[in-house]
Design a protein around this ligand. Structure first.
Ligand code: HPA
Length: 256
């Protein structure tokens, strides 16, 4: 059977597996845009239909600038995803601390050289999607409601600055992003968000702040990788619990 609604979760660093997903089957999906980062895992979260995709592959082998975002998003849409919650680890520029979970409401795209559209114009098909509000309002509201129900602090609002990586930023680059209004910095938020919009699938992102951005706070002189892994682990534990509360707000109970 095919569910009328299915939650898709894209997991990033620290969330290459979802222990709370009862996996029913896995499927290797091919798309006109190439292969997704990993097989799709179909199953249930809290009794609701869900599909999980590891953005960097199950063994975390695909770097942010090599991720085939088009194939990932296409595969999720093709397999019936009706909402996408993307989990990402980020650096904190302002209004947040390492360990915080943030639900951004805006983004700024600093990436370049990535395949960023399904509408190449080759077939005379030039499309300009509206992207005024890059994250789906309704989906954001449900994430916030789930966080309240779960008693897990989730900050409402933030401006995600998407950079190429894989290197981290200079202090001056972070200063510039701060002046632009970015409060978070990460390497995968774009073109993921705009590709979801092109496909018409509501998209929201739960960001785990794993370090102060370059030149800020405890990252004043350098960004410590040891610090990151601990914060990442505890942050992702909270994200897993949060997803357990999000799923029931998005999908009907799975058929027995
Ligand atoms: N910069 C960019 N991406 C990141 C960071 C950062 O400081 N931390 C986690 N992802």
């Amino acid at each position: 059977h095919k569910a009328s609604s299915m939650l898709a979760i894209i997991g990033g660093s620290g969330l290459t597996n979802l222990s709370t997903l009862a996996v029913a089957h896995r499927e290797v999906v091919r798309t006109p845009y190439g292969d997704p980062s990993s097989a799709l895992l179909f199953g249930e979260i809290a009794g609701r239909e869900a599909v999980f995709l590891a953005r960097h592959g199950h063994g975390h082998t695909v770097a942010p600038h090599r991720v085939n975002y088009r194939a990932n998003l296409w595969a999720l849409k093709e397999k019936g995803a009706t909402a996408i919650v993307a989990v990402a680890s980020v650096g904190g520029i302002r209004d947040c601390l390492p360990g915080d979970l943030v639900l951004p409401h805006q983004l700024i795209d600093y990436t370049s050289g990535r395949d960023q559209t399904f509408f190449e114009g080759g077939e005379g098909n030039v499309v300009h999607v509206d992207f005024t509000h890059p994250y789906a309002d309704d989906l954001r509201e449900r994430c916030l409601a789930a966080a309240r129900a779960a008693g897990i602090p989730l900050r409402d609002g933030g401006v995600y600055g998407a950079v190429n990586g894989p290197r981290l930023e200079t202090a001056a680059e972070i200063d510039r992003m701060d002046r632009d209004g970015a409060t978070l910095v990460g390497m995968t938020g774009m073109p993921e968000a705009s590709l979801a919009r092109e496909l018409g699938v509501p998209y929201a992102s739960i960001c785990v702040v794993v370090n102060h951005a370059a030149g800020r706070g405890s990252s004043a002189s350098e960004i410590s990788m040891e610090g990151i892994s601990q914060v990442l682990e505890s942050g992702m534990d909270r994200v897993r619990r949060l997803l357990d509360h999000i799923a029931p707000l998005l999908a009907p109970e799975a058929a027995p």
